[in-house]
Design a protein around this ligand. Structure first.
Ligand code: SF4
Ligand code: SF4
Length: 298
């Protein structure tokens, strides 16, 4: 494993967390075994779905709002919190616990999780945790490894059922969640931030809306002049109209284009001409996107 030596002296809280994880939990590879089972027969059944911080990715939100058959805006209002903190770089969305004494999850029923097939990534992963080595220039996209989370109150670890890590990941259908999680990480760990970039509150809101409030983003795509301003493949436009996953893919491309100046979406030639001469290409992308965003209030 690389030591991930940093050139800065500022303490990195993620490095502290990684070191603590490594010190306290043995690394697990795909073929390493562990015992675990969670079912109505365990004495602690349902006890861990109270007063927990469940961080949601855009893919989690998309799956859950479609499961409930409601719009993303309603889902976000009713079931999530989006805490705003000073110096926050990217949006954070967590599952809102109910306002009762036990602070139970809104999706918890007597029989367990009521949204089980679409439960969020952290609920699928437990009892496994995931960390990455700092062996790439940004320090956080290196080789991934797993570790076992053992809460004293969790009796699932005493069950006889044996798994390998790979079997658990397959059983919990984590591949799609991982793929989307990695794509989202490309945004939240973008080199823009590594180089000291800070998003204004308006741009942070654009980030949040594009990624999490997908039905509002759909209006932005289809009810404004966006598709007249940018070259988007016709088949992809069709897909976006019908399919939330395609729309979310475009949302990620849009964030990379409009907030980080990447050429992931191409302005039509007439838009390019409007800015020609005054700006370099990267600035053009950002200015064009910002103009669209400002005018059409994403
Ligand atoms: S979403 Fe389901 S599994 Fe996750 S905390 Fe809520 S009830 Fe528990
Ligand atoms: S504490 Fe462990 S065994 Fe008990 S309900 Fe939660 S995950 Fe299942």
């Amino acid at each position: 494993m690389s030591d991930g030596t940093s050139t800065t002296t500022a303490p990195d809280p993620r490095a502290d967390l990684r070191d603590r994880i490594l010190a306290e939990h043995p690394r697990l590879g795909p073929d390493d075994p562990f015992n675990f089972a969670c079912h109505p027969g365990v004495s602690c059944f349902n006890c861990c779905c109270h007063d927990v911080n469940v961080f949601l990715t855009p893919y989690d939100v998309m799956r859950l709002k479609n499961r409930l058959g409601i719009k993303s805006g309603e889902f976000l209002d009713r079931y999530t919190l989006a805490p705003v903190q000073k110096d926050m770089k990217t949006p954070v969305v967590i599952l809102r616990m109910q306002d009762n004494e036990a602070k139970s999850c809104s999706f918890l029923g007597a029989d367990g999780c009521q949204v089980y097939a679409d439960r969020p990534w952290p609920c699928r992963m437990y009892p496994l945790g995931l960390a990455a080595q700092r062996d790439t220039p940004d320090g956080w996209r290196g080789e991934r490894f797993y570790f076992l989370l053992k809460e004293d109150t969790c009796k699932g670890h005493d069950e006889a059922r044996s798994w390998t890590v790979r079997e658990w990941l397959d059983d919990q259908e984590l591949d799609a969640y991982d793929e989307w999680g990695e794509a989202f990480k490309e945004l939240t760990l973008h080199s823009f931030f590594e180089h000291g970039g800070i998003l204004s509150p308006e741009r942070l809101n654009m980030f949040y809306t594009a990624c999490y409030d997908l039905d509002k983003f759909r209006q932005f795509v289809f009810d404004t002049t966006l598709l007249q301003r940018f070259e988007v493949d016709e088949d992809f436009v069709e897909d976006m109209w019908r399919d939330d996953e395609a729309l979310l893919r475009f949302a990620f491309l849009w964030v990379r284009f409009s907030l980080f100046g990447e050429p992931t979406v191409r302005p039509r030639p007439e838009v390019m001409e409007a800015y020609q001469g005054a700006l370099d290409k990267k600035e053009l992308y950002a200015a064009s996107a910002a103009a669209t965003g400002d005018r059409e209030a994403l």
